[in-house]
Design a protein around this ligand. Structure first.
Ligand code: NAD
Ligand code: USQ
Length: 378
């Protein structure tokens, strides 16, 4: 299969590129390095010492004997994207190339606008290029379980009440394009991902993917594991009853592969819920505490004022049968898995920038400001 991976330098995109390449597919990746740039702007960095994309691709060729093509540019640049689609003529496009973080989007007006623009306009450009160049191509789009929020009802696999807005706009635009142009797409509403290593990246340290723990881009269990290793209290926001769907990074690769191997029909817009288990934040903190203690770390848990606007105690029951029906074999979370993450983190703990851990961005500024706002506030 000719596979084009958008966001192929990212946490999930790079391991996915290696996975498809290892399986003998013809893989091309697009990235504009915005994720690396956002970290530079905040003086933060991946815990793992990731190589440049060019170096990774060279290392992958050495290890596997396989080539991955790269295109450096932005998805919201229609001309660039159209040229890439015309040159690579993909049968499957896997779209990871977005600004993924809700806290980053809530940082300021500028970052909210940037998020909406890069995500919504990027996907829209993609839909037009697919229509004009490769109308039979299967789009596998990474959405989020956050599209549903935490409604007080069971979450089916489909469309209901909304929360994660740029992703929701994407879903509507993709749905519309399937309906009017007959394109085919799978929207993978993914839960929160944890983990570092995949089968391919474990073969050579130069292939490791990024791993973030800062307030904007680190996801909760990844953050807790880093905090456990460096002796920082685990940052449970609010009561810790927030419950989400979670999955191992290895299962992200499995799910995307299953979706690509079993494409939607022409004109079909499918929605799969991509997670394997549900946990509350407090349960994850307890797991990190227990697993850390077994390795001799002194782990404490603290309830911090919640910087987000979210329910801290709520009903949550989401369906996730469709990928299981296609053959997903989950890697379930347990102490052994957390311990193996802690051991990898231990190797890189000298790189932790502790200042980046505590949340500084409030989703709703506490005090209403009157008069002239400072530039930093807007
Ligand atoms: P990531 O930031 O590591 O990867 C995204 C990549 O896309 C980055 O390398 C970035 O530089 C690139 N990119 C962003 N905007 C781009 C643009 N306009 N043009 C070209 N390249 C661009 O994030 P990730 O964690 O790998 O997430 C990938 C996707 O999966 C996102 O859509 C995210 O919302 C979704 N997702 C992630 C998680 C998670 O827990 N990591 C959970 C659910 C859904
Ligand atoms: N949380 C804490 N402490 C922390 C970090 C997070 O209590 O130190 C809580 C948050 O308040 C939230 C939950 O943990 O209730 C999950 O937060 P997260 O930062 O791990 O994940 P989230 O913001 O939901 O975003 C991540 C990805 C995003 C994807 C989403 C899937 O960054 O791209 O869309 O997971 S989901 O959560 O299912 O919407």
């Amino acid at each position: 299969m000719r596979v084009l991976i958008l966001g192929g330098d990212g946490y999930l995109g790079w391991p996915t590129a290696m996975r498809f390449s290892a399986r003998g597919h013809e893989v091309s990746v697009v990235d504009n390095f915005s994720r690396r740039r956002w970290h530079t702007q905040h003086s933060t960095d991946s815990l793992t010492p990731i190589r440049s994309l060019a170096d990774r691709i060279e290392a992958w060729k050495e290890v596997s004997g396989k080539e991955i093509r790269t295109f450096i540019g932005s998805i919201e640049d229609g001309k660039f994207l159209d040229r890439v689609i015309a040159e690579t003529f993909p049968e499957t496009v896997i779209h990871y190339g977005e600004q993924p973080s809700a806290p980053y989007s809530m940082k300021s007006r500028a970052t909210a606008v940037e998020t909406q623009y890069t995500n919504v306009i990027g996907t829209l450009n993609l839909l037009f290029s697919l229509r004009d160049r490769v109308p039979d191509c299967h789009l596998v789009k990474l959405g989020t379980m956050g599209e549903y929020g935490t409604p007080n009802i069971d979450i089916e696999e489909g469309f209901i009440e909304i929360y994660h807005l740029s992703k929701v706009h994407d879903s509507h635009n993709i749905h519309f394009a399937c309906r009017i142009w007959g394109l085919r797409a799978t929207d993978l509403n993914q839960g929160v991902v944890y983990g570092i290593e995949t089968e391919e990246s474990a073969q050579d340290e130069r292939l490791i993917t990024r791993f973030d723990y800062d307030e904007y881009f680190g996801t909760v269990l990844n953050r807790f594991c880093v905090q456990a290793v460096i002796g920082h209290p685990l940052t449970v926001y609010g009561e810790g009853g927030q419950t989400r769907g979670f999955l191992n990074i290895r299962d992200t690769l499995q799910c995307v592969e299953l979706a690509a191997q079993n494409p939607a029909d022409l004109g079909e817009f499918r929605v799969f819920n991509q997670f394997t288990e549900q946990f509350s934040v407090a349960e994850l903190a307890e797991l990190a505490e227990r697993s850390g203690a077994e390795l001799g770390y002194q782990v404490s848990v603290l309830n911090y004022p919640n910087p987000r606007i979210e329910a801290e105690r709520h009903y949550y029951n989401a369906a996730n049968t469709k990928l299981i029906d296609l053959g997903l074999k989950p890697h379930y979370l347990g102490e052994e898995l957390v311990r193996s993450m802690l051991k990898i983190i231990e190797r890189h703990k000298g790189r932790v920038i502790e200042r980046a851990i505590l949340p500084r961005t409030r989703w709703k500024p506490g005090v209403a400001r009157r008069g002239v706002a400072r530039v930093a506030d807007v």
